[in-house]
Design a protein around this ligand. Structure first.
Ligand SMILES: [Zn+2]
Length: 245
């Protein structure tokens, strides 16, 4: 990847941290590219380079980080819904997750992401863990395992994705994920696991969204006995995922 390409990224609202975010973006994207190259995945690096040249990074506080494919924009938030500033580690981890969506974005409509949204999010998150461990070494890896703990922050999706990568090589998973191979993903991951990942994602995300609180608080609320019925439903999806991978 030509390093110059990162210099033309448009960055808004990050003041004197602008260059820091530019460098971080470069490290994250290059970290992902190294993983892709190491596993000899067929991937169009030229197209990625073109897309980096028109990438925008915009600060938008108080709502989640978000990758917007239509605007080719990464929205970053410096603080959570309660106004608490995120730690530097959290910022790197969130930015990595959204940039993995950028790296895996296909040309045109993302049918794969629509159909297998659960796997898409959980694999995006697992790949983010691999990338942050690569660029941030043992410190960031340890921070991730103790604090971030996967997409939903309770370690459970991290664990089942880890289990999946014990059974299926990361190269094979990267290949279906980056190639958006809608016809192959079922034979690689398994239809039951994919369906249960969708159900788990959908159900848990709806609860999280309805509560409108930061993820850590959401997990605390879910641990309350009042939410035992919901927890039971969540557990059943997790059990299905675990028994099908
Ligand atoms: Zn995501």
């Amino acid at each position: 990847m030509n390093p110059e390409v990162f210099n033309v990224i448009q960055i808004e609202g990050l003041g004197d941290e602008t260059e820091e975010y530019r460098n971080l973006t470069g490290n994250i994207v290059n970290g992902a590219c190294e993983i892709i190259e190491r596993h000899s995945i067929s991937y169009d690096f030229g197209r990625l380079e073109n897309r980096i040249a028109s990438l925008k990074i915009v600060r938008r506080d108080g709502v989640g980080h978000e990758w917007s494919p239509d605007e080719n924009t990464l929205y970053v938030s410096k603080c959570n819904q309660d106004g608490r500033l995120y730690s530097d580690e959290e910022m790197i981890i969130f930015a990595t997750h959204e940039l993995m969506h950028f790296v895996s974005e296909p040309d045109g409509h993302d049918e794969f992401g629509d159909k297998y949204f659960g796997f898409n999010e959980f694999f995006t998150e697992y790949l983010s863990f691999l990338v942050v461990s690569k660029i941030g070494g043992i410190n960031l890896e340890s921070y991730y395992k103790h604090n971030s703990k996967g997409y939903f922050g309770d370690g459970r999706d991290f664990d089942f994705m880890k289990k999946l990568t014990d059974r299926i090589s990361i190269g094979q998973l990267l290949d279906v994920y980056l190639g958006r191979k809608i016809d192959e993903v079922e034979s690689v991951v398994g239809a039951d696991a994919l369906e249960a990942m969708n159900s788990y994602y959908d159900y848990n995300y709806r609860l999280y969204e309805a509560m409108g609180v930061p993820l850590k608080r959401f997990n605390e609320i879910m641990a309350n006995p009042l939410f035992a019925p919901q927890r039971q439903i969540v557990d059943s999806y997790i059990n299905t995922i675990n028994s099908s991978i």
